[in-house]
Design a protein around this ligand. Structure first.
Ligand code: ZN
Length: 311
């Protein structure tokens, strides 16, 4: 269009609106893509974390001549006010010296007597934290000079068959015939924090078909087992959807309920969990491979093929 001499061409209002409209459409098209790209990056980062944890475990297997990292050990001897066993975080895998060393985790200062046995043993850096997990308690912990988060909102170790924790229903997965090390009567109570009584872990030789068995995965507790899924019929576990990212924060925050042994399928639209298998490979695994049935209807059941390490 010819413009009058001496006058610069300016956008008309309509042209401007059209341009703005086009930009708005482009942004609207791009945003979900960016969101997906971020989620995909988190899934990959999480898988890399688990691969590193697998390498740390293989070092531990060499060091201990054949034992994998345990979920925890010797959780006997201390009871809290309610009569339940107090959870001893220094007896869980994130609290193990070998674990913290191989994952380059900040160490508990030996002279820090006040924090011995404290929950800090469960706190880890981003190297051990799923970026898709609920960012609970992202805190600066002065004694360690580090930003840390509780491991139990990130990854859990499979304790199916060796689950000796006497917290309510949880002994149902104990198998003393196949895993005598899980006997909770061993070292009762344990003489010291580093005595391995009732060891909720596996010997490498006990693991049947390592490429098919779940070692660690996205979780809502330090340990996972095949019962760790929502079940409406159970008054304790009856918090619907305790496996997904939406309720992950809701349950813990609102109800103040500790969610035990739950797998968290927090990747790919809350349908997949990253799983580290005993042979060291990591696979993004659909929830239907982990649990069959309907978790919301209370009929979900862990798939023995992936969960039952000893069989
Ligand atoms: Zn993850």
């Amino acid at each position: 269009m010819p413009t009058p001499a001496g006058r610069r061409h300016a956008f008309t209002l309509v042209e401007l609106l059209v341009v703005i409209g086009i930009i708005a459409v482009l942004v609207a098209m791009l945003l979900p893509v960016l969101g997906k790209a971020k989620a995909a990056a988190q899934t990959i980062e999480c898988a890399n974390n688990l691969r590193q944890l697998g390498i740390a475990d293989s070092q531990y297997v060499n060091l201990t001549r054949g034992w994998h990292f345990p979920g925890y050990w010797g959780a006997r001897g201390n009871t809290s006010g309610s009569g339940m066993l107090a959870y001893n975080y220094n007896r869980t895998f994130p609290g193990m010296y070998e674990f913290r060393k191989s994952m380059a985790q900040p160490m508990i200062p030996q002279e820090d007597v006040a924090n011995k046995g404290n929950i800090i043993f469960n706190y880890v850096t981003d190297a051990c934290y799923c970026p898709g997990a609920w960012y609970f308690d992202y805190s600066y912990y002065a004694p360690l000079n580090a930003h840390v988060r509780p491991m139990h909102y990130s990854y859990g170790i499979n304790v199916e068959g060796v689950d000796t924790d006497s917290h309510l229903w949880l002994r149902q997965s104990l198998d003393l015939v196949l895993a005598p090390q899980a006997d909770w009567k061993l070292n009762d109570p344990p003489a010291s924090a580093h005595e391995y009584g009732s060891f909720a872990g596996y010997r490498a030789a006990q693991v049947k078909r390592p490429a098919e068995k779940l070692f660690m995965c996205d979780a809502l507790w330090i340990n996972v087992n095949m019962h760790g899924v929502s079940n409406k019929a159970d008054s304790i576990r009856g918090y619907e959807g305790n496996y997904d990212i939406v309720h992950e924060s809701h349950d813990v925050k609102t109800n103040g309920i500790d969610i035990y042994r739950s797998t968290a399928w927090r990747h790919s639209n809350n349908n997949y969990a990253n799983v580290l298998f005993f042979d060291g490979h990591v696979s993004l695994t659909h929830k239907s491979a982990l649990f069959t049935g309907d978790s919301h209807a209370g009929t979900a059941k862990g798939d023995a093929r992936i969960w039952k390490v000893l069989e």
